[in-house]
Design a protein around this ligand. Structure first.
Ligand SMILES: [Zn+2]
Length: 111
């Protein structure tokens, strides 16, 4: 089927493929250490600090980082996996779109 598909077919395939792809995210989730706001906190004083998850990455050249509560971390991990799948779909869509457009160009010329 992918040998004969038109650019509209590619569009339909792509929209169907990503329909249930939610949640999505790009970047990475990691544990980071940060001090708290309490005064004389023994954990901070010991140098151990408090670790919390953060979602971080780049938007263009700008780095972003947002705090992620512990209980949300698994969901954000899942969003990142889905985000990678979305990227794969985008790459595949580009290749299939180019092929379809070339085919359409060729058949128009033959007419
Ligand atoms: Zn502290």
């Amino acid at each position: 089927m992918s040998h004969r598909e038109s650019s509209q077919d590619v569009r339909r395939w792509f929209l169907r493929a990503i329909k249930d792809l939610w949640p999505v995210a790009l970047g990475s989730v990691s544990l980071r250490k940060s001090p708290c706001i309490r005064q004389n906190c023994p954990t901070c004083a010991s140098g151990k600090g408090h670790s919390s998850y953060a979602l971080s990455g780049y938007r263009g050249k700008r780095r972003f980082s947002v705090y992620v509560p512990d209980e949300l971390a698994p969901d954000i991990q899942r969003a990142l996996e889905q985000g990678r799948r979305l990227q794969d779909f985008l790459k595949e869509a580009g290749v299939r779109y180019v092929r379809a457009r070339k085919r359409e160009r060729r058949s128009r010329r033959e007419k």
